[in-house]
Ligand binder design. Structure first.
Ligand SMILES: C[S@@+](CC[C@H](N)C(=O)[O-])C[C@H]1O[C@@H](n2cnc3c(N)ncnc32)[C@H](O)[C@@H]1O
Length: 262
């Protein structure tokens, strides 16, 4: 057997990190990100989940009994890889940028993590095959200014944002009871009121929430996440109508509730 000292530095680092993640130990983001290519490494702070965030999400999925988790908008596969090593389960990632799918597959291979990357958009997966969804605010790029974009391959579009957020809302309405979801920095869309927020923690500068579908929907009410606050969609709609000049008007989710009938 090859000893760690004999491996080239990159492979030794990957082996050391994979071992630490399997044991649930603390891993520094700078160390993990050293495995990425230069551009995704440079963008890591704003675009990929911190290791601690993905480890916590993975533990929450396990506690909620979810074993088939899909990261919707998986990017470079950082969260998928950390979750797969933490849980010991295969994790799926859906990503629209082919270049990131390629990177994510390389990353998972380096770390020996069981990650299945699907290239495409929401239509490329069957949501009913999963019992857990992870969202790190994937649709936010559609309202970001041009300095906040990952690259120039996506044309920001409010229409695309609305279409994607509504589709995810339909997934959540139709999901089986007991399905779990973890959102980081908000889903960016409406979450049907049949889902209950069971845990919340502020980690690495943003809010992480565990949601579980606890009952079938009997109305069209929904929650929206506004940073640390959870607010119903009908309340947000009323606030935006009554205070049209307030900063609420600029929120992504405000566009979703503007023309919505509860
Ligand atoms: C903020 S990054 C999060 C990456 C990853 N989930 C993590 O936590 O490390 C969001 C990613 O979602 C992807 N994305 C956004 N909308 C998407 C869509 N409709 N279908 C597939 N991927 C999407 C973007 O290309 C980007 O890579």
């Amino acid at each position: 057997m090859t000893s760690l000292a004999q491996l080239p530095p990159h492979e030794a680092l990957a082996e050391h990190l994979a071992d630490a993640l399997r044991k649930g130990e603390v891993v520094q983001d700078a160390e993990f990100d050293a495995l990425l290519s230069p551009h995704p490494r440079k963008k890591s702070g704003g675009f990929w989940s911190a290791v601690e965030v993905a480890q916590t999400a993975s533990r929450w999925f396990s506690e909620a009994g979810a074993t088939r988790v899909l990261d919707v908008g998986a990017g470079v596969g950082k969260a998928c890889t950390v979750m797969a090593l933490t849980s010991g389960h295969r994790v799926w990632g859906l990503e629209q940028r082919g270049v990131l799918v390629f990177e994510a597959r390389k990353l998972a291979q380096k770390l020996g993590a069981e990650v299945v990357m699907v290239e495409g958009q929401l239509d490329a997966v069957d949501p009913f095959k999963f019992d857990g969804f992870y969202f790190f605010n994937p649709f936010a790029e559609h309202i970001a200014d041009k300095y906040d974009l990952y690259d120039a391959n996506i044309v920001p579009s409010i229409d695309t944002y609305l279409k994607d957020a509504r589709k995810v809302e339909r997934w959540l309405r139709e999901a089986s009871l007991g399905t779990a979801m973890v959102t980081y920095n908000g889903l960016g869309g409406r979450i049907p009121s049949s889902w209950v927020c069971q845990k919340k923690e502020r980690l690495a500068g943003n809010v992480l929430r565990l949601w579980v579908k606890e009952r079938e929907a009997t109305d069209r009410e929904a929650f929206v996440e506004v940073q640390d606050l959870l607010i119903t969609a009908s309340m947000l709609q009323r606030l935006v109508k009554e205070h049209p000049q307030s900063p609420l008007e600029d929120l992504l989710v405000s566009r979703l509730v503007a023309d919505w009938e509860p």
